[in-house]
Every structure is written in structure tokens, then in C-alpha cells.
Design a protein around this ligand. Structure first.
Ligand code: NAP
Length: 298
């Protein structure tokens, strides 16, 4: 397998690169707009290519040179940036996805495309939702993630590629950033931090998500385009406060209507090999021993 990972220096991209280090059958090409930081050491089966994901010629060249057979598209703009700069949201989430898909379909060697969308495409819902829930995105991040899914469907039609669209809730990991990740990392390290967060939310520990994504590269899939809620757990602020009583006062609910509170993961469990999710004690131990990597600015 020759695997290209876009957003290879991002939180999930880095996690996937680490998780694939042990796979001697995988040659991994990480793509990012940034050069590889000098202090970042890649596993021996991983190469880094820097260039813009919006540049189809660059992507086509990378896919051609490395005879790419699988793509994980993990590049995308963050919620905050999307809301303050909608043009970036359309560029990074819709156009870039479309360009990566175009390059993959013209390369002719790509068999599977895994796309990281988001549960934000459903909008704020209180009930547990399945993948059949109608999309109702609120805000530019969610709107452009929903549009990126349409680009996947549109570009795959008439090709022999198969795709997986994943709709995670919140991802936390040793290398992810964001208010929840940052809070948990600081809390695990005994530092003071505050969290303003929706009361109920669906959470994925990045190494568990990486494991699921790696399964999806090879699993038998029923359809050309397959949508899943990847393995994760419904959580509440009450549960977090129980886990870290000394931070209780620093955890505050804020009403957020733009994300679903509960995701039904039964479709993934029915159709794919499952595994035990990492427990909270191990997650907190891992976060205790992590520092958030600082990427060089563009
Ligand atoms: N983190 C979460 O809680 C969460 C939840 C649901 C879905 N997701 C989705 O999962 C994917 C990976 O998330 P992540 O947490 O790994 O995000 P991340 O750490 O921000 O990494 C995303 C990567 O996307 C690239 N990118 C950002 N803005 C861009 C732009 N304007 N143009 C082109 N590339 C751009 C960056 O790569 P370079 O700067 O290195 O090129 C960045 O490293 C994203 O698509 C995200 O929407 C994340």
C-alpha cells in the first residue's frame, strides 16, 4: 500500500503517521504546506512532501511519483478560522478536497479515499443520531464540511475508487489542539485551565480513531461511498468533572447548538472489526506526558 496523508503534520495526520510506523507493508507519504520541522523525526516508512493541497498539479505529481493506492484526506481548516474567514473555509475544506479527489481519480492508481468530515454537518441535535440523519449544518465550518462530502460523491461517480466519509465529534490526542484538547492536557499535567464547552459531546481518542481509519483502508466495504461515525464515546461535562474533581470549578457549560450531542456508532460496530476503546486512566496518563507540538508558521 502506498498511502498519501494530507494534513500530515496536523493533529490527526501526525497520529496516523505514528500509528502506521509499525506497518511494514505501508509506504506513507505525508503532505503538508509546511516543510518538515527540523525536530520532527519520521518513521523509516514515511516521507514528507511539502506543497499546497490546493495545487492539483503538485498533488498529481506526488501521486504519480509514489504510485499512490490509498488516500487519507485529513487536511482542513479549523472551526474558528472558518467562521472568521469564510473564504478560507471554502478554499481549505471544499476546493482542497475537490483537488485531492481530482488528482486521485486522474492518477488512476488510487483504490480507496478516506475523508475526514465532521459530525458538525448534522448541526445541533440532542438525540442520538445515525448516519441517516438529514444534514443541517450551521456555520461555515459545518457548511463547507457538508459540501466536501458532496464533492466526494460527485468525484467518485464513474470511477472504481471506494470512499469512506467519517463524521467524528471531538478528537483529542497528544498532538491535537483545540479548547478541549488543551484543557485536558493542562489538567492532566496539574495546571490551571478553564473549559467552556457543550454539556454533552461525542469524543474520540486520536489513537483509537487512527486505529479505526487504518482498518478502513483495507476492510471490505459494502458501497462505493460509505459513511460512518467512527468509534468514540458520548461524554458529559459532569463525567469530566467527576474524573478531575480538582478542576470541577473550571469546567463550565456553554450552550452550543451547532454540534450533535450524541452519535450512534452502531453502524461501524455492525460492519467493521471493533476493538476496546482506550480508557480514561490511560488517556490522562498519555496526556500527562505530552506537549503540544508547535508547528512553524507559514
Ligand atoms: N480536531 C477535531 O476535533 C475534529 C473533529 C471532527 C473533524 N475533524 C476533521 O479532521 C481533520 C483533521 O483534523 P485535525 O484535528 O488533525 O486538524 P489540524 O490539526 O488543524 O490539522 C489539519 C491540517 O489541515 C491543513 N490546513 C489547515 N488549514 C488549511 C488551509 N487553509 N489550506 C490548506 N490546508 C490547511 C493543515 O496542514 P498544513 O498547514 O500542515 O498544510 C493542518 O495541519 C480535519 O478535516 C477536521 O475538520 C477534526
Amino acid at each position: 500500500m502506498n498511502l498519501l496523508i494530507t494534513g500530515g503534520l496536523g493533529g490527526m495526520g501526525s497520529e496516523l503517521v505514528q500509528a502506521l510506523a509499525a506497518d511494514s507493508h505501508a509506504r506513507v507519504i505525508s503532505v503538508s504546506r509546511r516543510a518538515l520541522p527540523v525536530d520532527r523525526h519520521l518513521p523509516s516508512n514515511v516521507m514528507h512532501e511539502s506543497g499546497p493541497v490546493l495545487d492539483e498539479a503538485f498533488l498529481h505529481d506526488v501521486m504519480h511519483r509514489h504510485a499512490i493506492t490509498h488516500v487519507i484526506h485529513a487536511a482542513g481548516a479549523r472551526t474558528r478560522e472558518c467562521e472568521s474567514r469564510p473564504e478560507i473555509a471554502f478554499e481549505a475544506n471544499v476546493l482542497a478536497t475537490d483537488r485531492v479527489l481530482c488528482a486521485a481519480s486522474t492518477a488512476g492508481t488510487v483504490r480507496r479515499f478516506i475523508h475526514l468530515s465532521s459530525a458538525a454537518v448534522y448541526g445541533g441535535k440532542e438525540h442520538a443520531i445515525t448516519e441517516n440523519e438529514p444534514l443541517s449544518p450551521v456555520g461555515y465550518y459545518a457548511i463547507t464540511k457538508a459540501a466536501s462530502e458532496l464533492a466526494v460523491r460527485y468525484r467518485l461517480s464513474g470511477t472504481s475508487m471506494q470512499a469512506v466519509i467519517l463524521r467524528p465529534g471531538f478528537i483529542i490526542g497528544k498532538q491535537t489542539s483545540g479548547s478541549l484538547s488543551d484543557f485536558l492536557r493542562l489538567a492532566a499535567q496539574g495546571q490551571n485551565a478553564t473549559l467552556h464547552h457543550p454539556d454533552h459531546f461525542h469524543l474520540h481518542w486520536a489513537p483509537d480513531l487512527a486505529r479505526a481509519i487504518i482498518h478502513l483502508l483495507h476492510a471490505n466495504l459494502p458501497d462505493q461511498v460509505n459513511v460512518y461515525h467512527p468509534p468514540g464515546r458520548d461524554c458529559s461535562l459532569h463525567e469530566l468533572a467527576h474524573l478531575m474533581p480538582e478542576q470541577r470549578k473550571a469546567i463550565q457549560a456553554h450552550h452550543n447548538t451547532t454540534l450533535p450531542q450524541r452519535l450512534d456508532g452502531s453502524k461501524y460496530r455492525r460492519e467493521l472489526p471493533t476493538f476496546e476503546l482506550t480508557g480514561w486512566p490511560e488517556i490522562m496518563y498519555q496526556l500527562q506526558n505530552s506537549t503540544h507540538p508547535t508547528l512553524p508558521s507559514l
